[in-house]
Design a binder for this molecule. Structure first.
Ligand code: SF4
Length: 359
């Protein structure tokens, strides 16, 4: 990037930068929390989560001392829950090592949940160190500036852009503004499908704009078809309490709570799957009752269709749950205290769900 382009971008940033809660007080802790939340999540979604999170856990000490259940509860609905567990582990490690974050991206990248992008973002925004933070937005802006139609999703392309920008940012008096200006430009002006070139401070330097077809750049990898999975779950009530199980830490959505159930096996109906899964997961024998709802939910790499059935315990007497995972029988009022995946919240919203608590 030539010097005049950097100057033009920084002038634009001074005037147009987004007002974001972590920018008003960019301490290492707040920058870390915001950057981890922003991994794969939109800014507008992150803002209320960030505000609640830093209010509950204002610094590394508070987060390190917190119960993981409380951390997951505040993360509920933000998705990619391994980020919350890694952030918690990161805070504990920081506290064990004196309570301060390093300003060196290599050191930072050794901490849980911090990759090269987050490390460079923290080093530059919280400490003013000259390291470029290269994410998808930056790759797009850079590909367009140079009319580079290569595949920007590869590691080598990312490395090339990093090296190029490293030389530029080292000559820049304000590395934090440099990185954040590129982030804002990618998010507000150089949009993936409809770039607002007329408002862009880089227009005169941009080869993609000069070509007349800026959206040709960067080349998009071919889209893969997202697979769909059918799962079935059982809503087992006993004396006004609902049975829930905690997912193990090493699973996707680890540490969150859910209903017993799982994937349909070949040739199985959803109700047969519930009966089998409940027996395998809890040792309980159930009779399948009414279908409470069928919901659809999309994760990053697959979609699910989830069938939820009310279940009656087939055995008489106090149910004994034989389960390796943690389980709980919860009353309706306590349900909000537990963190659940979004798909389960869709089941909560189904008509007839709450009736089971009245039995
Ligand atoms: S001129 Fe258009 S394509 Fe080029 S960087 Fe600006 S917004 Fe992106």
């Amino acid at each position: 990037m030539e010097t005049a382009a950097v100057k033009s971008m920084l002038a634009w940033y001074r005037e147009h930068q987004r007002v974001l809660p972590w920018r008003s007080l960019p301490t290492p802790y707040r920058v870390l929390v915001s950057e981890v939340m922003l991994q794969q999540t939109q800014v507008t979604t992150v803002i209320p989560y960030f505000e609640r999170f830093v209010q509950a856990f204002p610094d590394f000490a508070a987060l390190a001392a917190a119960d993981i259940e409380a951390v997951l509860k505040l993360w509920e609905g933000l998705g990619y829950y391994s980020r919350a567990r890694r952030l918690h582990a990161c805070a504990q490690l920081v506290m064990e090592n004196g309570g301060e974050l390093s300003d060196d991206p290599t050191e930072l990248a050794r901490l849980p949940g911090i990759g090269p992008y987050t490390a460079a973002a923290i080093a530059s925004i919280a400490f003013g160190r000259p390291y470029p933070a290269v994410d998808g937005n930056v790759l797009r802006v850079q590909a367009r500036l140079l009319a580079d139609d290569g595949d920007v999703s590869s590691q080598s392309a990312r490395r090339r852009v990093y090296e190029r920008l490293l030389a530029v940012i080292q000559q820049t008096p304000d590395p934090s503004a440099f990185n954040q200006a590129q982030m804002d430009l990618g998010a507000m002006v150089c949009l993936p499908r409809q770039p607002l070139c007329d408002e862009c401070p880089l227009r005169v330097f941009c080869r993609a704009f000069a070509s007349g077809e800026p959206t040709v750049y960067p080349r998009r990898p071919e889209r893969r078809v997202t697979p769909r999975m059918h799962v079935a779950v059982g809503l087992i009530f006993y004396r006004g309490r609902l049975l829930i199980l905690r997912r193990s830490e090493d699973q996707m959505l680890g540490g969150l709570w859910e209903f017993p159930g799982g994937k349909l096996e070949s040739g199985e109906t959803p109700s047969q799957a519930v009966e089998r899964e409940v027996r395998e997961e809890t040792g309980l024998t159930v009779e399948i009752g009414a279908l409470v709802g069928v919901i659809q939910h999309a994760y990053s790499h697959f979609r699910i269709t989830m069938h939820a059935y009310r279940c009656r315990l087939a055995e008489i007497g106090e149910p004994v749950v034989a389960c390796e995972r943690l389980h709980a029988w919860v009353i309706a009022e306590d349900l909000p205290k537990y963190a659940f995946p979004k798909a389960n919240h869709k089941i909560f919203a189904c008509e007839g769900f709450a009736e089971g608590f009245q039995e």
